[in-house]
Design a protein around this ligand. Sequence first.
Ligand SMILES: [Mn+2]
Length: 192
Amino acid sequence: MRETTLTRTTKETDISLTLNLDGEGKSDISTGIGFFDHMLTAFALHGGFDLTLQVKGDLQVDCHHTIEDTGIVLGKAFAQILGGNSGIARFGSFFIPMDEALASCHLDISGRPFLVFDAAFDTPSCGGFDCCMAEEFFRAFAMNGGITLHLAVPYGKNDHHKIEALFKACAHALRLAVLPKGGGVLSTKGVL
Ligand SMILES: [Mn+2]
């Protein structure tokens, strides 16, 4: 089964995560930030991943460490489960419209971490989630997952819709990229 459990404890956050790539989209998520729980619940459901996540972060400071460190652990979980990225589709692309907003995600589970993030927000936050943390979350996820990740919101007005569409687009692109393909690594180099 393509599943792992990770824990990570620092002076800023205490994180426990279990991820199953071949799940049914079930989740049990508690980060202390309601909007972030909403995003990660959507991520699990749309990716078809089972995700159990408990985060105790220093929210008395702000939401930064809690969100960034969750991205780190989620990225590490993908990297650990996929090993050398052998036998998977590797690439995934998806567009998600959400009312007036459109988000796109194009990714390559390449072992070459990179983030392109082309989205702008009009308000400082959605609930307790600072909108600037969307980029920080996806950067931490890409860096620790070894994923080339391109995210964009070409248009849209409502920041809740824009961010939610980004999480859903990323989830669907990942669902496609981790599909078992058989064979070895999809690279002329023979290794990623
Ligand atoms: Mn929503």
